[in-house]
Write a protein that binds this ligand. Sequence first.
Ligand code: FE2
Length: 279
Amino acid sequence: MNSLQQTTPACLHHLRIVSAHPDELVKFYERMLDLTAIPCAKSDDVVMTGPSRAIIVSAQRESNAPYYAYSVSDTLALSRLAERLSVHAVAFAPIDDPLFSGGAIVFCDPQGRRFVFGVAARTEEQGAPARLQHTVFQTTELERVTRFFVDKIGFTISDEVIDAEGGVAVVFLRSDDEHHTLAFFRGSRNEWDHHCYETNDWNDIRDWADRFAAAEVPIFFGPGRHGPGNNLFFMVTDPDGNRLEFSAELQRVRADAEPGVWPQCERTLNSWGRAWMRS
Ligand SMILES: [Fe+2]
């Protein structure tokens, strides 16, 4: 096998979020996620860092596009990834990212989502535990994007959710030992579904839920436990309607594990009760 998990483990490191109301978004992530804006000399993006999490908030304009940034261990790992992209004829370009050291690269998936891979430049900070861990999309072309990330980039399928007709409805993909660092739901739209912060245990989930309760930010899904990944979770939204998930106990998966198969039903997405079913 020649997967990212085995050769070039990669974990979600930060997000670039584009917003029509960036000031509101910055305030939300400062107040609710303990992120602090750091000076960014090269653009008017707001670069925000915190303990094991970071985002870049960009104003909505034609030249600004969102992206999803994964870190690898060092420049050698990054050059291995670049070699893999070249072998599979995936076009990529250098990108100047404020949270990665030099040499970061950007490529697009078949539907134009931008993914950045690089080596983290920042130092760790202390604070409430919530490590940026995975991101998820809805897609009209699930088979096509899955083949791209598995065959060309090196992600591994951890679990699939299969509908009543035998079609694949959800794919969970890993790039390191954690059950998923990326996932795609089949849907009628191509949109960002959510991003997730992994905490240390159930008590952290309680504390984060209490923090959102105090700010009168309601939970819209959960608390519950997902079937695939077996993680505890709840979800809230930021002022732009972007969905944030807080998770604990996410399963770890061996590199040689066979992909799991789950039926498409509420119980798969939330074994504790009702589920948010994408359509
Ligand atoms: Fe998730």
